[in-house]
Design a protein around this ligand. Structure first.
Ligand SMILES: [Zn+2]
Length: 253
């Protein structure tokens, strides 16, 4: 029934059950993406600092909510956090009772506004106190996805295994190779998409050179490259869908 036609008799109303396929992309935002990337690639929690009131925010955010100006400074946290508050949870997401209660803490860091709510691995709630110094335990590098769950849990400082296992020179060599291959793939994606980089091509040139030499990109270069990849993907998708759309399926004016 055309959208402008109205039902004039209730008896004509019908309903049926079906499904509509929907696809969506979740974006973490500019600062949110930087935060996730930093966690995934450099094991660090990224904060942003307001140039006016000097407040540091965790996770990094693009604007200071008090001054409403852009936060440009990005710093990573290299010190342990502390338990600001904690509780035990005895149910899962669906409300089912779990066999073991889970310790959950709000972890904050000195001089930083905000914090992280996460699991706390300690030998029982009686071992936890407000102010207890804690550090994150991270997932294996290859299993990281850029989500907060890349942190498996926080643990009391100095308890158990150290989160950093020193890499042998052979391992770090392979890692560098993997990184180079990954960056080359990204470049290829941009090139093959046919996306017209235009003015950005000049900023891309030194990045190409660095990748070819296997040199590390600066954070700015890295984010530019990823931005281009996103745009190239969008471009490619738009090209593809306009090529696939038959004239009779398009809306005529
Ligand atoms: Zn501010």
């Amino acid at each position: 029934m055309p959208i402008l036609e109205k039902i004039d008799q209730q008896i004509r109303a019908r309903h049926w059950t079906d499904s509509i396929p929907l696809e969506y992309h979740y974006t973490a935002g500019v600062a949110g993406e930087e935060f996730r990337r930093e966690l995934k690639e450099h094991w660090k929690l990224l904060t942003s600092k307001c140039p006016k009131c000097k407040t540091s925010y965790l996770p990094a955010r693009m604007f200071c909510p008090s001054c409403f100006i852009e936060t440009k400074d990005r710093t990573t946290i290299g010190r342990p956090g502390f338990v600001y508050s904690y509780t035990t949870v005895s149910g899962d997401k669906s409300g089912n009772k779990t066999t073991e209660p889970t310790l959950v803490a709000l972890v904050k860091f000195d001089g930083v506004t905000g914090g992280v709510v996460h699991r706390l691995e300690a030998a029982g709630p009686e071992k936890v106190r407000i102010g207890l110094k804690v550090e994150p335990v991270l997932r294996e590098r290859n299993n990281r996805t850029g989500a907060l769950t890349d942190i498996v849990y926080f643990k009391p400082l100095g308890a158990g295994l150290s989160r950093r296992i020193p890499a042998t020179s052979k391992a770090s060599e392979t890692e560098a190779e993997q990184k180079k291959a990954h960056l080359q793939n990204l470049l290829e994606m941009v090139d093959e998409s046919g996306y017209p980089a235009g003015e950005e091509e000049s900023s891309l040139a030194p990045i190409r050179e660095k990748i070819a030499k296997g040199e590390d990109l600066t954070r700015h270069e890295d984010s530019l490259l990823h931005k281009l990849v996103d745009r190239a993907r969008e471009w490619h998708r738009a090209e593809k869908s306009s090529a696939e759309t038959e004239p009779e399926n398009t809306m005529s004016g």
